[in-house]
Design a protein around this ligand. Sequence first.
Ligand SMILES: [Zn+2]
Length: 459
Amino acid sequence: MSLLIRNAEIVNVGTRAHGDIYVENETITRIGKDLQAPPDAEIIDAKGQPAFPGFIDPHVHIYLPFMATFAKDTHETGSIAALIGGTTTYIEMVCPNRNDDALAGYQLWKSKAEGNSACDYAFHMSVTKFVAETESQLRQIVADGTASFKIFLAYKNFFGVDDGEMYQTLELAKRLGVITTAHCENAELVARLQQKLLSEGKIGPEWHEPSRPESVEAEGTGRFATFLENTGATGYVVHLSCEPALNAALAAKKRGVKISVESVLPHFLVDKTYAERPGVEGMKHVMSPPLRAKHNQDVLWQALAAGSVDTVGTDHCPFDLEQKLLGRDSFVSIPNGIPGIEDRVNLLYTHGVKRGRIDLDRFVDSASTRAAKLFGLFPRKGTIAVGSDADLVIYDTNYRAKVSAKTQHVNNDYSGFEGMDIEGRPSVVTVRGKVQVRDGKFVGERGRGKMLKREPCHF
Ligand SMILES: [Zn+2]
């Protein structure tokens, strides 16, 4: 099986070249001008449009039992939505809670994906407690190819770890050469503030943000950084949402702490007034850390342009309106999450590149290449190069539409980005050389996705 993509603007971080890409089996084997292909090769004319390396979403939830319910997507629906939006690899959070056995949880999460995903995938392993068997279990999981951990400083008594457990996790991560991702909010403060607000009769979704203010996230970020500093481990802050937390991360970077920063799509595009709308309209926009005051959006865009926000993920986590209404009597019971897997690339391109907030290099870097490098997938993923997997996105820069729940492929009945402009979308998406999407339609092979085994790379 071979595939020739002709006449593309081949975009990698730092380089741009007009030419052709030739793929044999699953791999890019030639890049150049006027390439020839055997008569049986599939030929696609890119018509001078950009060819990007397949995009990587470093932070999604597909299978997730959480807040008395389950996130709505399966790997079948989630991976097809991802591919239609140009994401060819996602990294899912394995999230057993404190009462679950970690290794059994890991096997369960793996079994949900296996044979069901149309795109490639990998996992971050959540460490939600640190007990006698934890080290040997984590060693097995890393040896199985899952070379990154996740810890929650928030969600006390469910996913959350205390400082002692954080120390033990980071100390082990350092020895294993594994990067640790972290949800940084102070669990104790969140719990206290929630109780205080509820006792004052403040129960609507508009109180979600005040229950987890910016300072609470900044404290978590700073504390995580301090623990990295004192263990020598490498860390990655997930879904950083606001200026004080960014300052905490950047101060740590400046003093040599090995810390990277991810922000997620909602925090660039929607502000806390969305969650202040009454009833279910507000509940649609409840996630943690919460949507913030609008001025933080400019801060995040500027940090993204400068590269001090390293990656853009989604924290994709769909709950439908009926599930959101579990929180009708109390904001603490609203399932947290906003879906975004399908819209990330198009919205980042439109509201980042097209609006002049970031250049094309940062777009490709933050949505693909840098995640590949941080999480041990580069150069197999995250670049268009000879020898790399043929995960390619030919992008139609002339496409115009608005985001709508009516046309989305995510298994949910609303979109957090309803009505927003999209100026561009993938016209062709390949996964390891096979065309999976054409012009917004899945045309490929279900179950094609493979688990990507990753080696530790943070010694
Ligand atoms: Zn998450």
